[in-house]
Design a protein around this ligand. Structure first.
Ligand SMILES: [Zn+2]
Length: 429
């Protein structure tokens, strides 16, 4: 589960679907130091799990994940460069002029401008997107798609952005023009409602655009999961499987949607590579998200971020417009040609806020881990999942590194939590 507001901003900026992967044998054995015994020690058990990872795999995973830190910076700088280019060369103003020639209906002008903007930024952003989403993923052995299907997925993503981003921008620019003084409050409200709708429709209408979902019919897997669901007061009657292996070899699972669209989905890589204990531990983690109302809490958090973000935009947009508006031929905040500036200021906002947003998500992930341990009672299953996830996440970062860059607890901390749980529950027996 992700911070949905970043999803919305990703729609506004440019689309890159970060699918990735690399293969490692499924860990089904418990190392001797992690097996239950009278002198069980949680730290020693966690270290024993970490020692299962071959040095070469560890080096590769660290290189991949640390490269991601730099990519976050390059993405930010590259995107900022594109935005400044569109403003300085007055391409943004030219796109607005073209939109005005095409129609006199203002909402439609915003829509046409958005289509032009999306086309230009997708083309300019393509080299970095291809490196990041295709070549780098293959370089680390994480991707399963050839270039054709990958590009087709990107194309579908751009079309989705065209529709969703178009609707959001038409609404927002309408609000700005009608409510010149209070637009930032109403803009935050419109964005929040938009996010709620996106969360609602994502599992049913959006993810099926990229992947196929099927009902999981293997009672060996579904019976313990559904039993755990009943024991935890979760109304799920079925579990879904997703063909994630179409794009990646990563294992994952997720709980998505609200109310009736809520569903638990396991990806086929988890089902193929995970032991039964691991599958139970991962599913129990996802149930934790549901029982602890993380989707609703995320939406509350997003509302706070949206209000803060729009207040910052109100101040910073006016400031920049006073200085450079004439030079860029941007008429005002209600002029669609201001969009590259909005994206630039927004990416600064989210870049600075990255540790806060990651910490929000990581805290919820930790809660789901603890809930999942109590619900599944599979500490070794969780440890094995952490090792699988460690194929693309650094296992043992420093505390500051984890605070800034990690949107899940590090693999080492997840295993340590699981082993502490195991130590306490061994004593209780
Ligand atoms: Zn989670």
């Amino acid at each position: 589960m992700n911070c949905v507001i970043r999803t919305a901003f990703a729609i506004l900026a440019f689309v890159s679907l970060g699918f990735a992967q690399q293969q490692m044998p499924s860990v089904t054995t418990i190392p001797p130091a992690a097996q239950g015994s009278p002198n069980f020690n949680a730290e020693a058990a966690a270290d024993a799990y970490l020692a299962l990872i071959p040095a070469q795999s560890k080096a590769r995973s660290n290189a991949y994940f640390e490269g991601g830190y730099w990519l976050a910076l390059w993405d930010f700088l590259y995107g900022s460069g594109i935005a400044l280019l569109l403003l300085q060369l007055r391409w943004s103003a030219a796109m607005r002029n073209l939109a005005e020639k095409l129609t006199r209906f203002r909402p439609l002008q915003t829509g046409f401008y958005w289509a032009e903007y999306l086309l230009v930024t997708t083309v300019l952003g393509f080299p970095l997107a291809v490196y990041e989403g295709y070549f780098r993923e293959h370089q680390y052995g994480l991707a399963t798609q050839t270039f054709g299907p990958w590009t087709w997925d990107q194309f579908k993503g751009v079309l989705l952005s065209l529709v969703l981003g178009g609707v959001l921008l038409i609404l927002l620019f309408g609000v700005v023009r009608r409510l010149p003084r209070t637009w930032w409050i109403w803009g935050a409200a419109v964005t929040e409602v938009f996010l709620i709708i996106v969360v609602l429709i994502t599992p049913v209408y959006l993810t099926p655009i990229f992947n196929t979902f099927t009902l999981l019919n293997d009672p060996k897997i579904t019976q313990p999961i559904l039993s755990m669901a009943r024991a935890n007061g979760i109304p799920a009657r079925e579990v879904y499987e997703m063909d994630a292996s179409k794009q990646t070899t990563r294992i994952s699972a997720n709980v998505s949607g609200l109310g009736n669209t809520m569903r638990i989905t396991l990806n086929d890589n988890l089902l193929r590579r995970g032991s039964p204990e691991e599958i139970e531990a991962v599913t129990a983690h996802e149930m934790g998200h549901y029982v602890l109302n993380h989707i609703y809490k995320d939406l509350e958090f997003d509302l706070i971020v949206a209000v803060a973000g729009f207040a910052y935009l109100r101040w910073s947009l006016s400031w920049c417009h006073r200085r450079w508006g004439a030079k860029w031929d941007v008429r005002g905040i209600g002029d669609p040609a201001v969009l590259p500036l909005v994206v630039l200021l927004g990416s600064i906002f989210f870049f600075v806020l990255m540790p806060v947003l990651n910490t929000h998500v990581r805290t919820a992930e930790h809660e789901a881990d603890m809930y999942g341990l109590n619900a599944s009672r599979q500490p070794d299953g969780l440890a094995q999942a952490a090792i699988h996830l460690g194929e693309y996440r650094k296992m043992k970062p420093g505390p500051v590194e984890e605070w800034i860059f990690f949107d899940h607890p590090s693999g080492y901390n997840r295993i340590l939590d699981a082993m502490r749980w195991k130590a306490e529950n061994l004593q209780a027996n």
